[in-house]
Design a protein around this ligand. Structure first.
Ligand code: PHE
Ligand code: ZN
Length: 886
């Protein structure tokens, strides 16, 4: 009988399988040590046979066990041998292999077989454009062989690969190549040995027809390291020469880490392989980093300035993991931010040193506020050290990475102000020294900072435990010659966490004298209570407060400050971040008021005048470099604006923001045109001045086009056709794609034809159309899903169409809910192919509680539709069920 016809049966209907919750408090060490691991691969695209030989011994630090549990995911054991004797008393339990064993040292040999070309998840061993490669973080190694696939089991690996010479002329793995030979039958082999004990998530293998850009680096102790960046040989048409920037970035990273953190590289070779099919940006496998092509390939014709920066930053990030992640790894996945937060901070510091501190800081804060703040105030909020998860892949988040970096940056700031310029470095030295070769915890990092830097971080530890963005409000009172700052702090409730404690919030401040436009020194206030006052004497007139300079703490700040004082700071503040912030605040205030319907025409006019004055000063300021000018001109993004209201209507925010852009464009048409013309004179170059000019140029174009679309289309078409680099070309095409003009179609056709054989540029072509201001963007997205270049198999392509679309407010939030339906249908279609990537698309729908009621209901409906699918992956199940909780 059908459930529908028997109401009694409804309750007995099978609940969809609920993947178990894993808790941090349940951590126990593994019962066995695995000092050595030997892996032999007989390589084939359709069948690869893996023979794993593990030397194991009881772990003296754990309870004795008479079985060993080796994790497996979708694996079949071809054979199991213990101490040279084949055994059959093993069992499979939830994918894992259980082998009964006496509590003594043993040698275990396990044979498995996998089909790399059928692996669409891109976890474990998979085929990509004819090559074989692996991705093991976090739990991909268990899709290759049965193993204690957890980061606290460290082993020394020796890897032997055999494969066809024509299909796989290059055979790579971790560590150093120790031997190789020809089998005389069309196959050959190579053996690699990595002397550094490592967890299984850092294992890697690559086999394919590859060509390399090579160089070398001599370390501070005089060791020569051979460097190679590999790309597929078939793409030699251009890919090989597009690796020069990555190679330069690698060498700069190696130098910088020696100089800044005293960290030296520790193998004879460092290899990087670029892969087109990859779920993430890149992976720090020991001695063999595997990269998404997006973060390796760059030349002026195909990559924008920001793509160049992306390559530099990600190359640095993965290289820096060699110490923060590999030499010192994580005890368990709850400690993920130990390696990721710290490594993001290290790559941010590196990029600040390479590209200029101020602009990079603004860019990093923009990402934090545009992505992490919404995460922290939504259904997926979690502390930087989570307490539980169902699927670890869902925790590679902006919170773990970017907030994690901000938390360590605060320690750095506290150390500098309270313990001296060298204190932070003493803390990191002690951390690396104390935990080298270990699987450590966030608590170990904090303790090393206390002991090494001399900080007391007792209360600071709350930053690791409490989710949610602290809200600070500041009132300034002036009486006599003193000014008193009254500061209060609350940490909002987040799922599973209520009634939180105040945390130490280090705020860099300066008090400006309005008349002279100067201040008498920056200071650090540490706000560590719910309510606090700080009094400063010596101010006959009420000073202007510049606060959270350099974005010293990842908090939101409400301050009682007049618009005119924000205009003053936007023009005069000597801290570039604070200057940017003043401009942003001015616009945020106005757009928040405007989009909650609180503005009459006169107030709107007054606010626009204030913003216009600050904007015009920025456009005209001859002291400002163009790169900062471009930064200061940018209006706050929609998600950040939406964050300012408990419940918002994204279409209203969007149209108010567009209206302001158009007003500024009309009001300052002459100045913007002049800026566009001046910057267009600058010849192409990769130096700061030329890059800055390109940024300011496209910003000028954006405002001109908003103010006068007809003229904007002409300017954009001219910029497009005159372009001799991708930054100008993409900037122009972005503007054109949003306009209804014949030039739009021509340019899109031209762009596709010009770059038809370059997948990364075709990704841009998809993304530009999916994120465009064009009123029919949603129809364009539907058509592009059927384009012959579109495929669900390639994560870059999926993201370029659908992530761009989900971030396009007017299209994604179409009033009839069609945008939500498109994303839900994508999730349902992608989940069986690539669950890790599918689950990432749940986030935009998960914002439903913060969206006006009509759309909110439509979003929820789509989430419920996904939840009803009985075969959901663990990844998508977890994200959807968390997103639906009320
Ligand atoms: N550990 C990688 C990084 O941050 C990210 C990653 C995670 C890559 C999982 C692949 C899979 O550098
Ligand atoms: Zn990382």
């Amino acid at each position: 009988m059908d459930i529908a016809t028997n109401p009694e049966m409804a309750d007995a209907a099978p609940t969809p399988h609920q993947p178990p919750v894993i808790r941090r408090e349940d951590y126990t060490p593994f019962a066995w040590l695995v000092p050595e691991t030997q892996l032999a691969f007989a390589l084939g695209l359709d069948t690869t046979r893996i023979t794993a030989t593990l030397s194991i011994a009881p772990n003296p630090a754990a309870d004795i066990s008479s079985t060993i549990r080796l994790n497996g995911d979708g694996l079949k054991a071809v054979s199991v041998t213990v101490d040279g004797t084949p055994v059959s008393d093993w069992t499979i339990d939830g994918g894992d292999l259980l082998v009964p064993l006496s509590a003594a040292p043993h040698t275990l040999e396990i044979v498995t077989e996998v089909n790399p070309s059928a692996n669409t998840q891109l976890m474990g061993l998979y085929g990509s454009g004819g090559m074989l490669c692996t991705q093991c973080e976090a739990e991909g190694f268990r899709r290759i062989t049965f193993f204690p696939d957890r980061p606290d089991v460290l082993s020394i690996y020796t890897v032997t690969m055999t494969g066809a010479k024509d299909a796989f002329p290059v055979l790579l793995s971790n560590g150093n190549k120790v031997d190789a030979g020809d089998n005389g039958d069309g196959t050959h082999w190579a053996q690699w040995h990595d002397p550094w004990p490592k967890p299984s998530y850092l294992f890697a293998l690559v086999a394919g027809d590859l060509v390399a850009n090579t160089d070398s680096f001599t370390t501070m102790s005089g060791r020569v390291v051979e460097l190679a960046i590999y790309v597929r040989a078939q793409n030699d048409g251009g890919d090989l020469r597009r690796t020069d920037h990555a190679m330069r970035s690698l060498i700069k990273s190696m130098e910088w880490d020696e100089q800044t953190f005293g960290r030296e590289y520790d193998l004879d070779v460092f290899n990087i392989v670029a892969v087109s099919d990859f779920n993430m940006g890149a992976m720090e496998n020991k001695g063999l980093n595997v990269f998404n092509t997006k973060y390796v390939l760059a030349d002026a014709d195909t990559a924008t300035d920001s793509d160049f920066d992306g390559v530099e930053g990600v190359i640095a990030h993965e290289y820096f993991h060699n110490w923060s992640g590999n030499r010192v790894t994580c005890r368990d996945w709850f400690q993920l931010s130990l390696k990721e937060g710290f490594t993001v901070l290290r790559d941010q510091m590196f990029s600040q040193d390479m590209q200029g501190e101020a602009v990079k800081r603004i860019e990093d804060v923009r990402i934090l506020r545009g992505v992490q703040f919404p995460e922290d105030s939504g259904p997926l909020a979690h502390p930087i050290r989570p307490d539980s998860f169902r699927e670890i892949s869902n925790f590679y988040t902006a919170t773990i990475y970017n907030k994690g970096a901000e938390v360590i940056r605060m320690m750095q700031t506290l150390a500098r102000f309270e313990c001296g310029a060298e204190a932070f470095r003493s803390g990191t030295d002690l951390y690396f020294d104390r935990h080298d070769g270990e699987a450590a915890t966030c608590e170990d990092f904090i303790a090393a900072m206390e002991d090494g830097a001399g900080l007391d971080l007792t209360q600071f530890r709350l930053w690791y435990a409490q989710a949610g963005t602290p809200q600070i409000s500041i009132a300034a009172e002036h009486s006599g010659d003193a000014v008193t700052l009254k500061i209060s702090q609350t940490v909002p409730d987040t799922p599973g966490q209520k009634d939180k404690l105040p945390m130490p919030v280090p705020l860099k401040i300066a008090l400006f004298d309005r008349a002279s436009g100067t201040h008498n020194g920056e200071q650090l206030l540490v706000c560590d209570a719910a309510q606090q006052s700080f009094t400063f004497a010596g101010f006959a007139d009420k000073p202007v407060l510049s606060v959270n300079r350099g974005f010293s703490a990842p908090v939101t700040i409400t301050r009682d400050i007049a618009d005119e004082d924000l205009v003053f700071l936007a023009a005069k503040d000597d801290d570039s971040f604070a200057r940017y912030e003043a401009m942003q605040d001015l616009v945020v205030r106005h757009l928040t008021a405007a989009s909650s319907g609180r503005l009459n025409d006169a107030d709107r006019e007054t606010a626009r005048r204030a913003i216009g004055n600050a904007f015009a000063a920025i456009v005209a300021d001859t002291q400002l470099d163009d790169s900062m000018r471009g930064e200061l001109m940018m209006l706050p993004g929609i998600t950040y604006l939406a964050e300012q209201q408990p419940v918002s209507d994204p279409s209203v925010i969007h149209s108010e923001r567009e209206a302001l852009k158009a007003w500024l464009g009309r009001q300052y048409e002459a100045q913007l045109t002049a800026l566009h013309e001046r910057t267009a004179q600058m010849p192409f170059g990769l130096e700061q001045a030329a890059r800055g000019a390109r940024k300011a140029k496209t910003q000028a174009l954006v405002f001109c086009a908003a103010g006068n679309p007809q003229r904007g289309a002409d300017m954009a078409a001219a910029q497009y056709h005159a372009a001799d680099n991708m930054t100008d070309r993409q900037g122009a095409l972005m503007v054109l794609t949003g306009l209804n003009s014949a030039a739009r179609t021509n340019a899109l056709i031209d762009f596709h034809r010009r770059y038809a054989d370059n997948a990364l540029v075709i990704d841009k072509w998809f993304a530009l159309q999916a994120s465009s201001l064009h009123p029919r963007a949603i129809d364009h997205v539907k058509a592009l899903a059927d384009h012959q270049d579109f495929t669900l198999r390639n994560p870059n392509r999926v993201r370029s169409l659908y992530m761009a679309f989900a971030a396009n407010p007017h299209a994604f939030h179409a009033a009839d809910g069609e945008g939500y339906q498109i994303i839900a249908d994508l999730i349902i279609a992608l989940d069986p192919i690539n669950p890790q990537t599918a689950a990432r698309f749940v986030t935009p729908l998960g914002r439903w509680k913060r969206i006006e009621p009509a759309r909110s209901a439509l979003m929820r409906e789509q989430l419920a539709k996904i939840a009803a699918v009985q075969t959901l992956s663990r990844d998508t199940f977890e994200q959807v069920s968390r997103s639906l909780e009320r």
